[in-house]
Design a protein around this ligand. Structure first.
Ligand code: ADP
Ligand code: MG
Length: 677
C-alpha cells in the first residue's frame, strides 16, 4: 500500500505530526486504520431509572458557571450544576479544566459516567456539548496516549477520510466482496470511525475480519509453499509389503486417526519436497506408534532416523518402547548426556558408519561430534521444549531430512491454523479403544484426610500414586520448601508400610532418574513431586494423581499431569485439591471433572484466557490482529484458510484481479531473506 505522510492533511503540521507519531501514526493510511478498540452506545435514561453506581448517560442544562478547583500537582476538578428533568444534578469532571471555557449557563450537555444515587451526582467519563439527539448514537472509543485528545483525533481521521475519498485503491478482489457481501474499502473505513448504526458497523467489521485473516492465510500458505520449493528433499521409497507386514504384527489395530496421520506422513516422505509437519495428539493418543511406523518406512528406504526428546527419562522410555516395537528389525541406539566414555565413543562410531538405523536421544544428538551417515528423518518430540536453533542444527546434520514435530499439548484448531500456518498439521483426535477415562474429582482442602485414605486404599491394592505439590510462581525455593513439607507429612502417614519418594527440579539428573526407576519398579508407592513429572513419564501401575492447590495450575498443565495416570488396565483417578475463590476458578475445576478430552479443554481454555495468553506471552507466535478475534471469528478463519488455499493452488494470485492483494502479501518481511527458519 502506498503511504502518504500525515503532513499532507490540511491542518497537520510538525506538532501534530509528532503527537501522532507517539501513537504510531506516520501516514494518512495509518490514521485510517487506527481503529477504535470498542464502541459505546449512548442511550439517555430518565433519572428515575438510574441505579446507584451504574454507568449512565443523562442530558441536562448548565445552570451556573462551572466551578474549577486545582489540587495536587496539575490535578483539577470541574463541577457543573445541571438541571435534569427539573432536578439539580452535579456533574464532576476530573482533569479537564479546559472544558470550563466551553460551557456557559444555558448550554445543553450530555454526560456519561458513574451515577451516585445519594449525591445525585455523575462522575463524568465522556461528555458532549448539546442534547443527546445530536450525538452519533454509537461512539467509537480509541486507544489514546500522550496529548492526543479524542475530538481532535476524530477530526484528523475525518480529514484523512475526505482526503482519501476516491483515491483509495481496493485490494480485496470483487469476487469476495460480492460473495460475502462485504462493503468496499472506503465504506468500511468510514463506518469503522463513524458508524451510523450497528448493522453497518457489523458489516464493516466483517470486512476487516475477513481481510486480516485472508491476508494472513495467504502469507502463511505462500510461505509454506516457498519453504517446500526451496528445499527439494529426498524421495523415500520403501517396500510396501514389508511395511504392511510390520503394521500387521503390531499388538493392536491402529485407530482411524492414527491411520490417517500415518498416511499423511508417509505421503510427505514419498514426495520430493521436504516434510515440515506437526503431529498433535492428546496424551496417550498413540503418537509414538505413528512415529515408529514412519521411522520404519524411512529405514526400509535406506535412511537413518533421529528422535530428539527433551529429557533423559523420556529418551529412555522412547528407546525402550521403540526397541520393543521393532523387535530387532531395526537397530536402535540411545544417546544421552549421561552416556559417557567408551560406550559413547562406540555409539558415535556406529552412527557415523551407518551401523544404526534409529538414534533416540536428548540434546546429545546435536553435539558437534555427532555425525550421521545418512540421516533422512528427524522427529522432535514435545517440540515446544526446543528452540528454533536446536531444531535447525539437527536438521542440518541430515541430508535434507524430513521433519516431524510432535506435541501432546492439544491446540485449538484456530490457533494451530494461525500459529503453525506454515506447517502441515496432522491430528490424532481419538483415543485407542478400551481406554478407561480417568475419573476426576474436585475436593476442598479440608477433605485431605479422606483423600489420603483413598490413596491408601489404592496403594493397598498394589497401585501407586503421584502427589503434586503446590506451585509457587517465580520461586523455585518456595516450591522446594512445599514439596519437602508435603513429603514429610506423607512419609509420616504412609511409612513404614509404604515407601514415599521425593522428586523436584533441584535434584541432579542422576538422582531424578534413580527416583523414577524406583517408582517404575514399584519400590516407591507414593511419589511426591513438583511438576517435573509433567511430561511423558509413563508408569502404568500408577492409578492416582493428586494435585494440591490445583487452582494455581493452568488447564493444559492439569491435563498433562492427569495424563500420567490412566495408562494401564486399571481404573485411574485424578483428585484436584482446590479452593478457588473466583467463578472462573470454580468453572475451571468443574470442567476438569467433566471432560478428559484435551481438545475440548483447550478450546475452553482459549475462550477463558484469549489467544494471547494461551501459549504464554513469550512464544505465542500469534499475529496481532486489529479487528479479528481468534475466539469469536473462527468460522471466518476457516473460510479465509480455504479461500487462500484455493487462490494459491489455482494460481489466481498471479492474475490481474489479485495484483493489489499480492503486493500487500509479498511486502511482508517474512518473504525477505532466508525462507527457512
Ligand atoms: P502418546 O501420544 O502420549 O505419546 P503413546 O504413543 O505413548 O501415547 O501411546 C500410549 C499407549 O497406548 C502405549 O502404551 C501404546 O502402546 C498404546 N497404544 C497406542 N496406539 C494404540 C492402539 N491403536 N490401540 C491400543 N493401544 C494403543
Ligand atoms: Mg509421547
Amino acid at each position: 500500500m502506498n503511504k502518504t505522510p500525515v503532513e499532507q492533511l490540511p491542518g497537520v503540521g510538525e506538532k501534530v505530526k509528532e503527537s501522532l507519531q507517539g501513537i504510531g501514526i506516520e501516514s494518512v493510511e495509518d490514521l485510517l486504520y487506527y481503529f477504535p478498540f470498542r464502541y459505546e452506545t449512548y442511550e439517555v435514561k430518565s433519572l428515575s431509572e438510574l441505579q446507584h453506581d451504574e454507568r449512565a448517560t443523562i442530558e441536562g442544562k448548565v445552570i451556573y458557571p462551572p466551578s474549577l478547583v486545582f489540587y495536587g500537582r496539575r490535578k483539577s476538578k470541574l463541577t457543573l450544576t445541571l438541571e435534569v428533568e427539573s432536578m439539580i444534578v452535579k456533574a464532576v469532571l476530573f482533569n479537564r479544566a479546559f472544558a470550563k471555557d466551553q460551557l456557559q449557563p444555558g448550554d445543553w450537555i450530555t454526560v456519561t459516567g458513574k451515577w451516585d444515587q445519594r449525591k445525585l451526582q455523575v462522575t463524568v467519563s465522556q461528555y458532549h456539548k448539546g442534547k443527546a439527539k445530536h450525538l452519533q448514537p454509537i461512539q467509537p472509543v480509541y486507544p489514546l496516549r500522550g496529548d492526543i485528545k479524542l475530538q481532535r483525533l476524530k477530526r484528523w481521521i475525518s480529514s484523512a477520510l475526505s482526503f482519501s475519498n476516491g483515491s483509495l485503491e481496493e485490494y480485496i478482489p470483487k469476487l469476495y466482496l460480492k460473495q460475502y457481501k462485504l462493503p468496499t474499502l472506503f465504506q468500511a473505513l468510514h463506518t469503522m470511525h463513524f458508524p451510523e448504526n450497528h448493522f453497518a458497523l457489523k458489516h464493516a467489521r466483517r470486512r476487516f475480519v475477513f481481510e486480516e485473516l485472508f491476508i494472513f492465510q495467504l502469507k502463511m500458505q505462500l510461505l509454506r509453499k516457498k519453504k517446500k520449493e526451496a528445499t527439494k528433499g529426498n524421495t523415500k521409497n520403501w517396500d510396501k509389503i514389508s511395511l504392511q507386514e510390520f503394521v500387521d504384527q503390531l499388538p493392536f489395530e491402529l485407530t482411524d486417526a492414527q491411520k490417517q496421520s500415518s498416511r499423511e506422513i508417509l505421503l510427505d516422505l514419498k514426495s520430493p519436497f521436504r516434510m515440515n509437519r506437526l503431529l498433535q495428539g492428546d496424551v496417550g493418543s498413540g503418537k509414538t506408534i505413528v512415529a515408529a511406523l514412519s521411522v520404519y518406512a524411512v529405514h526400509l528406504s535406506g535412511y537413518q532416523s533421529a528422535i530428539m526428546v527433551p529429557t533423559e527419562i523420556l529418551a529412555e522410555q522412547h528407546y525402550q518402547s521403540l526397541s520393543e516395537l521393532f523387535n530387532n528389525r531395526v537397530k536402535v541406539v540411545l544417546l544421552t548426556g549421561s552416556i559417557k566414555g567408551k560406550k559413547r565413543r562406540e555409539i558415535v562410531e556406529l552412527i557415523k558408519n551407518n551401523q544404526v538405523d534409529v538414534i533416540v536421544g536428548t540434546h546429545a544428538l546435536i553435539q558437534d561430534e555427532i555425525e550421521y551417515s545418512k540421516l533422512g528423518f528427524v522427529v522432535v518430540d514435545e517440540q515446544h521444549r526446543f528452540g528454533v536453533q536446536q531444531r535447525r542444527i539437527l536438521r542440518e546434520k541430515g541430508l535434507v531430512p524430513d521433519v516431524l514435530f510432535m506435541t501432546a499439548t492439544p491446540i485449538p484448531r484456530t490457533l494451530s491454523i494461525t500459529a503453525f500456518g506454515d506447517m502441515d498439521v496432522s491430528t490424532i483426535d481419538q483415543m485407542p479403544v478400551g481406554r478407561k477415562p480417568v475419573k476426576t474429582y474436585w475436593a476442598k482442602e479440608q477433605m485431605i484426610s479422606r483423600v489420603l485414605h483413598f490413596i491408601e486404599e489404592e496403594v493397598k491394592k498394589g497401585h501407586q500414586a503421584y502427589v503434586i505439590c503446590p506451585l509457587i510462581e517465580e520461586s523455585e525455593k518456595l516450591d522446594i520448601q512445599n514439596v519437602l513439607d508435603v513429603y514429610q507429612q506423607l512419609t509420616a502417614y504412609f511409612s513404614p508400610v509404604y515407601q514415599v519418594g521425593l522428586m523436584h527440579g533441584r535434584l541432579s539428573n542422576e538422582e531424578k532418574e534413580n527416583v523414577m526407576r524406583e517408582y517404575a519398579k514399584n519400590n516407591v508407592q507414593v511419589l511426591v513431586s513438583t511438576t517435573v513429572v509433567e511430561v511423558g513419564v509413563n508408569v502404568p501401575n500408577a492409578t492416582v494423581m493428586m494435585i494440591y492447590d490445583a487452582e494455581r495450575f493452568g488447564l493444559a498443565q492439569l491435563h498433562q499431569l492427569r495424563g500420567r495416570v490412566g495408562r494401564g488396565k486399571e481404573q485411574s483417578y485424578c483428585i484436584l485439591l482446590a479452593d478457588p475463590k473466583t467463578d472462573v476458578g470454580k468453572e475451571r475445576m468443574q470442567v476438569m471433572t467433566q471432560t478428559t478430552d484435551g481438545f475440548e479443554l483447550s478450546e475452553f481454555d482459549l475462550k477463558l484466557r484469549g489467544p494471547g495468553d494461551f501459549f504464554g506471552k513469550k512464544q505465542s507466535g500469534l499475529p496481532d490482529f486489529k479487528v479479528a478475534d481468534l475466539v469469536h471469528d473462527y468460522r471466518a478463519l476457516e473460510t479465509a484458510r480455504k479461500d487462500a488455499q484455493q487462490v494459491i493452488e489455482s494460481g489466481l494470485l498471479e492474475t490481474e484481479e489479485f495484483i493489489n492483494l499480492k503486493k500487500i502479501v509479498e511486502q511482508d518481511p517474512i518473504f525477505q531473506g532466508e525462507i527457512l527458519d
